[in-house]
Ligand binder design. Structure first.
Ligand code: RUQ
Ligand code: CUA
Length: 618
């Protein structure tokens, strides 16, 4: 823990102050009475637990999904302070993302993406602090490097996947990040069949994206053809269930139209259990057939590749408990969550206790494979874990969190959430070794409790203390949309850099001396090598001819923390930001002639305002 003695003292100071307020103030401020729904002393304790004194650091990072903003938001826990925004699928002018050649190329033609489920890289089932993978509904997956908090690679759109929702869950040693399609379509993409042919001509698809253990580089691994259900969420098995990935599915009715009616006819939907090692092996042996330019495995032809576990209808989350033996799946229209037992699943498979099949995929018998139905409350969505077999399930309909115990199946506590809760995330909650301590409810709807900002209300993420027997709401944070999911990692697992060293900068156009800055021409191509250092952009002016193709390569030669420089070029929609030691390029056609000022956009020194120049097009 990074808390200093000073924090402890200041925390006691706060407590003393709050106590004093109770004793002496004629009436405590209204807000302090309301928060937490308890007495003022609870508020004081909550303040003490969430207050991170000036200069002190949070104990955890929380990486939160930005939904259709296309971004990841980074918060400190327990302060819940917003620390950073990592642009992934959407241009972000604040960091110049999506404006330079390098990030523009990564984004391609798509300028938005719907980010859902961040997944931290793991070693032996523990977050290892190397990378963060995030999925996006257009069939893509991105890797963020946690050394510099930057998006390094975007893979996809992956062929045949439509609506990459059930993603980006990583396997225990980050061998794969898996994805499954939310929407079934006729494949390959571009094939047309009316919705009346849904049950026969539409297909779901599960994909494994292979991850290089050294570089994190993502590559297509394998793909599995699935019945036309809607695959929703997933989790990778670990320890007792290592080698498998689990996905919930809804609309196993294979219905179309008004799904809220047509897809909720059957009592049970399924969890698909996929043997990813067998998928890997089968693909390596050359099994499968080409669809949409990739090899697709058919479970009919590969026994043991996929099984269906019947589950409460319309399930959302499926979550593997830390030891891997228990798999928790919740039907979101029910009042119970089901706990499946991996040993029972394996026994049932061995004994071929199947009730039938779906497109050749064996269906196991619900009664044979479950250990318990836990009466958590209405609308269970997603479960997180703490130490000592504690489990926490979010209840959308009840708008609460239920705390219960794996093994005894006892529900011991419920904490109301002020805005209907979707997912929840616990400190190190998806690992083999969860921390407990903190839980964040990622809420969906807003009913006040903050200054109103018009019809589009902020999202709310509520911090819950889970270090004691009773859960306690200790902080209301208002976060950026749309917090579908988040993960919380111990801060000391990350070792971010503050500058790129000269040795690390491998950009072919990097220059480190102002003397090397200048303009070279090759036909109608003009290359401008520029140096940015306090407080000049060199060359300070340069000329091209109308119609030239101009590439500006800017190296920020600073080696000092937070000495960023920017390059804003008016009238040309150019906005580049270079971190200390970084090189970026931007290529464009000099279409308009005239005199165009450029300037540094990041405040960098007392003479920042003087950091300017002219781009002249004749
Ligand atoms: S999801 S809450 Cu991807 Cu559950 Cu949205
Ligand atoms: Cu460089 Cu402002």
């Amino acid at each position: 823990m990074r808390t200093t003695r000073a924090t402890e003292m200041s925390r006691f100071g706060i407590l003393a102050l709050a106590m004093f307020a109770v004793a002496c103030a004629p009436s405590a401020p209204k807000g302090s009475q309301k928060a937490g729904g308890g007495a003022t002393s609870d508020v004081a304790i909550a303040a003490m637990k969430t207050y991170v004194a000036p200069g002190d650091l949070d104990e955890y990072y929380m990486f939160s999904s930005g939904g259709h903003s296309g971004q990841i938001y980074v918060y400190g826990v327990p302060s819940m302070r917003h620390l950073s925004t990592i642009p992934v699928y959407t241009p972000y002018p604040a960091t110049g993302y999506g404006f330079d050649d390098e990030s523009k190329k990564m984004l391609g033609d798509l300028t938005w993406g719907d980010v859902h489920h961040p997944s931290l890289s793991e070693t032996n089932g523990d977050y290892d602090g190397r990378w963060l993978f995030v999925n996006e509904m257009n069939g893509r997956l991105a890797r963020i490097d946690l050394r510099d908090f930057k998006t390094k690679q975007i893979i996809g759109p992956i062929p045949n996947v439509s609506g990459n929702h059930a993603s980006a869950f990583v396997t225990p040693n980050t061998e794969y990040s898996v994805m499954a399609s939310r929407f079934s379509i006729p494949i390959p993409k571009g094939t047309v069949a009316g919705v009346d042919k849904y049950a026969t001509d539409y297909k779901g698809v599960i994909t494994g994206i292979k991850i290089d253990p050294k570089s994190g580089e993502m590559a297509f691994g394998w793909q599995i053809l699935m019945p036309p259900f809607d695959y929703d969420l997933g989790d990778a098995g670990k320890k007792a269930s290592d080698g498998f990935v689990f996905f919930t599915s809804y609309n196993t009715e294979k219905a179309t139209g008004k799904l809220e009616v047509t897809s909720t006819q059957k009592d049970r939907d399924y969890i698909a259990m996929v043997d990813w090692r067998l998928a890997e092996k089968s693909a390596a042996e050359g099994k499968g057939k080409m669809i949409g330019g990739v090899k697709v495995l058919d479970p009919k032809e590969i026994p043991g590749l996929v099984y269906f576990l019947p589950c409460g209808k319309s399930p959302h989350g499926v979550d593997v408990a830390p030891e891997g033996k228990w798999i928790v799946g919740s039907g979101k229209l029910q009042g119970v969550t089901t706990v499946f037992n991996m040993e029972k699943i394996q026994t049932a498979i061995k004994n071929k206790n199947f009730t039938g099949d779906e497109d050749g995929i064996p269906v196991l018998k619900y009664e044979d494979i479950k250990d318990a139905e836990v009466a958590v409350g209405l609308g269970p969505l997603h479960t997180q874990f703490g130490p000592d077999n504690w489990a926490y399930t979010s209840l959308f309909v009840d708008s609460a969190i239920a705390k219960w115990k794996l093994g005894t199946w006892e529900v011991v506590d419920k904490a109301p959430m002020s805005y209907s809760i979707g997912h929840l995330t616990a400190a190190e909650g998806d690992t083999v070794n969860p921390d407990g301590k903190y839980l964040v409810g990622l809420n969906k709807l807003s009913h006040g409790r903050h200054l109103s900002v018009g019809p589009s209300q902020p999202e709310s993420s509520q911090l819950v203390d889970i270090s004691e027997e009773k859960m306690k709401l200790i902080y209301d944070a208002f976060t950026e949309p749309e917090p579908h999911y988040a993960q919380i990692i111990k801060a000391d697992k990350l070792h971010p850099i503050e500058v790129y060293t000269k040795e690390e900068n491998k950009h072919p156009m990097a220059i480190w001396d102002v003397k090397d800055a200048g303009v070279t021409r090759n036909g109608n191509k003009v290359l401008v090598k520029m140096v940015a250092v306090r407080s000049t952009l060199t060359p300070t002016d340069f000329e091209v001819k109308a119609g030239d193709e101009v590439t500006i390569a800017i190296t920020n030669i600073e080696q000092t923390t937070d000495e960023l420089h920017g390059f804003g070029l008016l009238d040309y929609n150019i906005n580049i930001v270079v971190d200390p030691g970084e090189t970026k390029t931007v290529t464009f056609k000099a279409k308009k002639s005239g005199v165009f000022p450029f300037y540094c956009t990041n405040f960098c020194s007392a003479l920042h305002q003087e950091m300017q120049g002219y781009f002249i097009v004749r």
